[in-house]
Design a protein around this ligand. Structure first.
Ligand code: SF4
Length: 233
């Protein structure tokens, strides 16, 4: 089938516009396939000016992205691999290396989760510490979706929306308002620290003076110790 289709493209002198990818994962549109498909569609079906920098490079949950930005705000500039094996450290490095990296917002498993030992099937099988948030669901999958749905609603965005990382930061700052309601199960003081770090992290990410490095906050110290403020839950 591949060669017959190629013949048609060659006949039309468009052989360079055909590609064939075998992912060997049955009847599915897996992550790699979707990236290639979106890239192909962007390249050939959209006007040049709309797509020049629009290839999706990172699929990420809103709260994962914002946790990294908040950690930037708390002074973190380098991240170590986590025992879970997730990709927070490499994603943070990619966000630092290219502030116009194209992201796609997702609700389920994202590029941080993909190599994590708790990524089982198409979900997260981990649980959260409910000792300081007794009204939160124990399932991390449920908790994350609850928080991300609230972020989507607050920001007027939805799953599948695409933009650059800097554009997302600007939208967040414009529309976030007070975030206590988004994290309503968590003690207010922890959310106050999160909000302050988030705003500072956005300023840092957008290369604004307010984002200059200052002393680390209690929140950052706690999250790195894996205690009070669970950054990547
Ligand atoms: S949400 Fe679950 S699968 Fe994703 S990084 Fe966290 S623990 Fe791992």
């Amino acid at each position: 089938m591949r060669t017959k289709i190629m013949d048609v493209y060659d006949l039309l002198k468009a052989g360079d516009r055909f590609a064939f990818y075998v992912h060997a994962q049955g009847h599915s549109a897996n992550h790699e396939s979707r990236r290639l498909m979106y890239g192909w569609m962007d390249k050939w079906l959209k006007p040049m000016e709309a797509t020049a920098t629009r290839l999706v490079n990172l699929r990420i949950k809103p709260h994962h992205f914002l946790d990294i930005i908040a950690d930037f705000g708390a002074g973190s500039r380098s991240f170590k691999p986590h025992a879970y094996g997730h990709a927070v450290h490499t994603v943070a490095e990619r966000l630092l290396a290219n502030r116009n990296i194209e992201i796609e917002l997702v609700l389920g498993i994202d590029d941080i989760c993909r190599p994590c030992k708790h990524h089982v099937g198409d979900t997260c099988d981990d649980t959260i510490d409910t000792s300081f948030r007794p009204e939160a669901p124990p399932s991390k999958e449920e908790w994350n979706k609850r928080i991300d749905r609230r972020w989507f609603e607050r920001l007027g965005l939805k799953e599948g929306d695409r933009m650059t990382a800097s554009e997302f930061c600007r939208i967040v700052r414009e529309k976030m308002g007070g975030i206590y309601e988004i994290y309503r199960e968590i003690p207010r003081q922890m959310t106050a620290d999160r909000e302050r770090n988030l705003l500072k992290g956005i300023a840092f990410y957008l290369n604004e003076p307010a984002g200059a490095l200052g002393p680390l906050t209690a929140s950052a110290a706690c999250s790195r110790a894996g205690s009070a403020t669970p950054s990547f839950s």
